[in-house]
Design a protein. Structure first.
Length: 255
């Protein structure tokens, strides 16, 4: 017989029944490496692969581990979603202009801090930690009611908000008393807040700017276009400066 379908042999009926139960048990059980996956991930794997049965349990476990790695599925607990790292950037991009910035707090709601979301506005608290479906913030975003006059948030951002609330609406560190002029550690990493550096200039170009551009081009196996002729240069210069083509006298003087 083959690997998946062994040759038939004469066996005691009770033994065959026991082996059949064992085979079904091994086939239906997920491998140990996937026990940390949530139900949606397990369902996804079951939809992707429909094995002949019975199948060797060791081979099956290795296969599912490999499949999980290829699909990019987490084998451990999902990373904790925090306000500063994951949620505040979403709210800052889509909500701050109506709910916090420049003293604006429509509906009495300021979303710049977790504590302010808990305080809420005229409709009550915006979040209920551990209960995304009961959180006004999630309901409004999920149903496309907020942000107003904008496209509905991408599914990934909505899922981030849901996970954050479901996990307890955690913060990465203690919050300030007020959000005014508050810049998080994550926002401080933005390039505009970094000290000015004086990098080493690559060799191989006439000026530093071209040197950096040329290095990026060479990485893609590209280079600069050929230099423009003097007639082309004088035309470009005069069009840029005066909006008119060069006169014959100007061309003669430049050439």
């Amino acid at each position: 017989g083959g690997l998946l379908h062994p040759a038939k042999t004469t066996q005691h009926p009770g033994l065959r029944a026991a082996q059949s139960r064992e085979a079904r048990s091994q086939y239906n059980a997920f491998p140990l490496c996937l026990t940390a996956l949530n139900k949606s991930h397990c369902a996804r794997l079951q939809q992707v692969v429909d094995f002949p049965k019975p199948m060797g349990s060791v081979f099956r476990q290795y296969f599912f581990c490999l499949l999980a790695a290829v699909l990019g599925l987490p084998l451990g607990q999902a990373a904790t979603v925090t306000f500063e790292v994951d949620v505040r950037p979403i709210l800052k991009a889509h909500c701050f202009h109506c709910h916090g910035e420049d003293g604006t707090a429509k509906g009495g709601l300021d979303v710049r801090l977790r504590k302010l979301l808990l305080k809420g506005g005229k409709h009550g608290p915006a979040i209920a930690p551990g209960q995304a479906e009961k959180s006004l913030l999630f309901q409004k975003v999920r149903d496309g009611e907020m942000p107003k006059e904008q496209a509905k948030l991408p599914a990934g951002k909505i899922e981030t908000l849901r996970r954050w609330i479901e996990q307890g609406a955690e913060t990465a560190r203690p919050e300030p008393d007020t959000p005014d002029d508050w810049i998080t550690e994550e926002e401080h990493r933005y390039w505009a807040f970094q000290p000015i550096r004086n990098p080493a200039v690559p060799v191989g170009a006439k000026n530093p700017v071209d040197a950096f551009l040329l290095r990026r081009l060479k990485a893609k196996r590209l280079g600069f276009s050929p230099e423009a002729g003097k007639r082309t240069l004088i035309r470009r210069a005069t069009f840029d400066l005066t909006g008119l083509p060069p006169t014959p006298a100007e061309i003669g003087a430049f050439l």
